[in-house]
Design a protein around this ligand. Structure first.
Ligand code: ADP
Ligand code: MG
Length: 314
């Protein structure tokens, strides 16, 4: 398919009041399209509504209102086809403790109506590195193995869209690499990948496009590079030849601070002033510069800038 793997319009979710907890507006009118073939990142602070969104896509949580199309199928009109188009690796480790990995994959394939002749249980067990644990009870598997099994379960019906909710939260480096290898390979084979992560470096490295969600609203959505390009702030690191004399005055908007290694850090806005001008000011003040480096903004800066100064709202 060319075009969009997912189309969401005006999606809302309100969790009903519980005890003395008021109703929770977890999603407040989300519009979002996710292009087919991409690796798409859904980022946001804890409680932003990421899992709610993903669980609605997966058919695990019932939306309050709005439209959801999965692989072109309207969830309300063609629930079966839209469900068949998507596989979800959930955030929670919800495995039946008495199922072996092989049984868990077979049962899942059965739930999705995959005929026995078309099941790929052995191939999946191999891909997730659980061949030699195929007959072990799930309760005897390590946390990492359980996560891998959840990935395998998401793949039994060969969905066009694979969704991973915080797949690498609290997992070791080896498992993380194994997961990303699988994700990259699946994407190269044509699977659209949607993932949530709070490891921004990981999102920066893996995702072509990103949506940032905060308090149930999409507050930014762009290609990863364009999002980072929005950040105007840049830092110039000056290593002086000798200990610095009193600092010369800098134009308004330039922040000067000292780093532990003796460097002077000047944070400035590219649109307002150039690095050349800052260096000129220092030279005129008699500072002999031994070395210069710059720090580019990264996704973390974007994320903090967009999500920090918004107060918690119901
Ligand atoms: P995220 O995955 O971004 O951390 P969630 O989608 O899990 O966010 O949660 C969004 C908001 O909805 C949070 O305030 C959370 O407490 C609330 N929430 C999530 N699930 C439920 C539920 N089953 N019942 C009531 N409130 C919920
Ligand atoms: Mg979550």
């Amino acid at each position: 398919m060319t075009g969009n793997a997912i189309e969401i319009e005006g999606l809302t979710k309100t969790y009903a009041a519980q005890g003395n907890q008021p109703p929770k507006h977890a999603l407040k009118g989300v519009d979002l399209t996710i292009p087919a073939g991409s690796i798409f990142g859904l980022l946001g602070p804890n409680g932003a509504g990421k899992s709610t969104l993903i669980n609605i896509l997966a058919g695990l949580v019932r939306k309050t209102s709005g439209k959801v199309r999965i692989w072109g199928f309207d969830q309300d009109v063609n629930p079966r086809q839209s469900r068949a188009s998507i596989g979800v690796m959930p955030q929670e480790l919800n495995l039946d403790p008495f199922f072996t990995p092989r049984a868990a994959l077979e049962v899942q394939a059965g739930l999705y109506g995959v005929p026995k002749s078309q099941r790929a249980t052995d191939r999946i067990l191999k891909a997730i590195g659980l061949e030699d644990k195929a007959e072990a009870y799930a309760r005897s598997l390590s946390g990492g193995m359980r996560r891998r099994l959840l990935l395998g379960k998401a793949l039994v019906h060969r969905p066009q869209i694979l969704v991973l909710d915080e797949p690498t939260a609290g997992v070791d480096i080896e498992l993380r690499q194994m997961l990303w290898q699988n994700v990259r390979r699946l994407n190269e084979e044509g699977t659209t990948i949607i993932l949530t992560t709070h490891y921004l470096e990981e999102a920066e490295e893996m995702c072509d496009e990103i949506a940032i969600i905060n308090h149930g609203e999409v507050i930014a959505r762009d290609t990863t590079s364009a999002l980072i390009g929005r950040m105007d702030a840049k830092t110039l690191l000056i290593h002086p030849q000798d200990a610095l004399p009193a600092l010369p005055p800098f134009p308004a908007g330039v922040e000067a601070s000292h780093r532990r290694d003796g460097a002077l850090a000047l944070t400035y806005r590219r649109r307002e002033i150039s690095a050349g001008t800052l260096i000129e000011i220092l030279r005129n003040a008699g500072v002999v510069i031994r070395d210069i480096a710059t720090e580019e903004p990264d996704l973390e800066d974007v994320f903090v800038a967009l999500t920090s100064n918004k107060s918690e709202a119901a």
